[in-house]
Write a protein that binds this ligand. Structure first.
Ligand code: BG6
Length: 495
């Protein structure tokens, strides 16, 4: 692995799309500013619409300025951006692109290292990768890598088909499947918190942990993505990837070493140990929701069925809560509760590890109850950890009071956490696939999710919409924990 200033040519398909504009160009700019790109790099934007290089460069500048809220200080940055208008099905169009890549590699002395980043609709993934091979763009003297955005299929069968197609042109080691949660600072911190602290790992099992709760809530609705989202839903959009990846990181065994393969092997084992949910059991373990009208920060917002490009009778879920059981020695009997949804009370991703109660409460006479110990991992927007303990209430006999030990990662002056895409792009340039999803993980997570989506697709949710925009989801999501004697820990202030 090359650790410094990797020399590569980045080819972005879907260069006029939302992801490129909001995430990719600003991330490349930050890497450039931090000196993490070689002086000799170039980016080729590829999309259907015709644009000149100058027009494209203005587009890139604008995207960087929108993101940094500053004028571009170094105009030479955009001079390395080139544009190619591509018809994805035309061999001749790929030939022209090939000529452009060869010319730029010569100009910028890039030794044939090519990143093909597919930031576009998945239906073209197969067509593009097969043309990249047939037209000779993958036959390069350096390395070639394919970066691919989700959704990777919409069930295990379609994912297998897609994988088969792209594997004709790229080997598994050359495929970097993005799950941007794996680029988040505090998601990456889960392993360090667990494996670098003597106080947690001995307790990290079913003897001491009562349950684990993962919540990823959003205030946004579907915005302008109704067409995609109405065929996807929260289960495919968030659970199959981001939520299950966090479960895997929390539940995996310590890897032998911190190598890509060792970590992945442990994550895959967790995904394979998830107790499969049969069609009959879906209602027992999973809850779906869809938002109706409501208020977000005082502003009235429409219900999901009234959103643009959404079927007014839509049966698509915008909220999912679930109880996952991991059938292995470490986790037998410990529920992992997950929930995620759009148009909820606040934008927040948090993990709460609830430890079992002390074996005997000595303080029951003096205080109502001793609070359970909690370890809270704040993923976003705050980044940090909080440990909830009990201590003596000052002054008053032997009463207990809950206290918190807090560490805030993004409060430290001068530390500006890099954006997930910035880290992932850099990892890809250096050939580090640790924070990307391996095919085995994709396959295992679709296998878990498929029976749930099958049942939901075939049964109309009679109670939709069943939560108000601006709330924490349907009541049934609370009942899921109440049945087990637990409740969701609140996400705000007190945590
Ligand atoms: C994406 C989903 O993968 O993750 C979106 O497609 C969702 O629907 C987004 O809004 C959430 O990401 P983040 O980083 O804002 O939590």
């Amino acid at each position: 692995m090359n650790n410094v200033n990797p020399k590569s040519l980045i080819v972005i398909f879907g260069a006029t799309g939302d992801l490129a504009k909001r995430k990719l160009f600003p991330s490349i700019y930050r890497l450039y500013q931090k000196g993490k790109l070689s002086e000799e790099f170039a980016v080729v934007g590829v999309a259907r619409r015709p644009l000149s290089n100058d027009e494209f460069r203005r587009y890139v500048s604008q995207s960087v300025e929108d993101s940094t809220k500053q004028e571009l200080s170094d105009p030479s940055f955009v001079s390395r951006f080139y544009y190619h208008s591509l018809d994805v099905t035309s061999a001749a169009s790929y030939q022209e692109l090939k000529t452009l890549l060869e010319r730029l590699e010569e100009t910028y002395r890039i030794p044939g290292n090519r990143i093909f980043y597919l930031a576009m609709a998945p239906e073209f993934f197969g067509t593009i990768t097969s043309h990249l091979k047939s037209e000779g763009l993958t036959a390069t003297n350096g390395w070639k890598r394919l970066v691919i955005e989700k959704p990777f299929g919409h069930d295990v069968k379609s994912a297998q088909q897609l994988n088969k197609e792209i594997r004709q042109s790229f080997s598994e080691k050359e495929i970097f499947r993005i799950d941007h949660y794996l680029g988040k600072e505090m998601v990456q911190n889960i392993e360090v918190i667990r494996f670098a602290n003597a106080i947690f790992e001995p307790l990290w099992n079913n003897r001491f942990i009562a349950n684990i709760q993962i919540t990823s809530s959003e205030t946004l609705g579907v915005e302008d993505r109704g067409r995609y989202y109405d065929h996807s839903g929260a289960l495919r959009d968030m659970v199959q990837n981001h939520m299950l990846q966090m479960v895997a990181l929390l539940a995996m065994e310590p890897p032998i070493k911190l190598t890509t393969d060792d970590i992945r092997n442990e994550k895959v084992k967790v995904l394979r140990a998830l107790r499969p949910i049969t069609h009959d059991e879906v209602d027992q373990y999973f809850v779906r929701g869809q938002y109706g009208r409501g208020f977000i920060r005082g502003q009235e917002v429409v219900g999901y069925r009234e959103e643009n490009s959404v079927d007014p009778q839509s049966n698509t879920e915008t909220f999912v809560a679930g109880k996952l059981m991991i059938d292995n020695f470490r986790w037998a009997g410990v529920p992992f509760y997950i929930r995620t949804g759009k148009r909820m009370t606040e934008k927040s991703t948090k993990i709460v590890v609830q430890f079992k109660d002390v074996p005997m409460n000595l303080y029951y006479r003096t205080s109502e109850h001793v609070h359970p110990n909690l370890l809270v991992i704040h993923i976003q927007p705050d980044e940090g950890i909080t440990l909830h303990l009990n201590a003596k209430k000052s002054g008053e006999s032997m009463k207990t009071t809950p206290i918190k030990l807090d560490y805030c990662n993004n409060c430290i002056d001068g530390i500006n956490t890099p954006e997930a895409y910035e880290k992932l792009l850099y990892d890809c340039m250096r050939g580090d696939a640790t924070n990307f999803t391996h095919w085995d993980e994709v396959a295992a997570s679709w296998s878990f999710v498929d029976p749930i989506s099958e049942v939901w697709a075939n049964t109309k949710a009679a109670d939709f919409p069943n939560y108000e925009a601006g709330s924490m989801g349907p009541k049934k999501a609370d009942e899921l924990l109440q049945k087990d004697g637990f409740h969701w820990w609140p996400l705000n202030g007190t945590m």
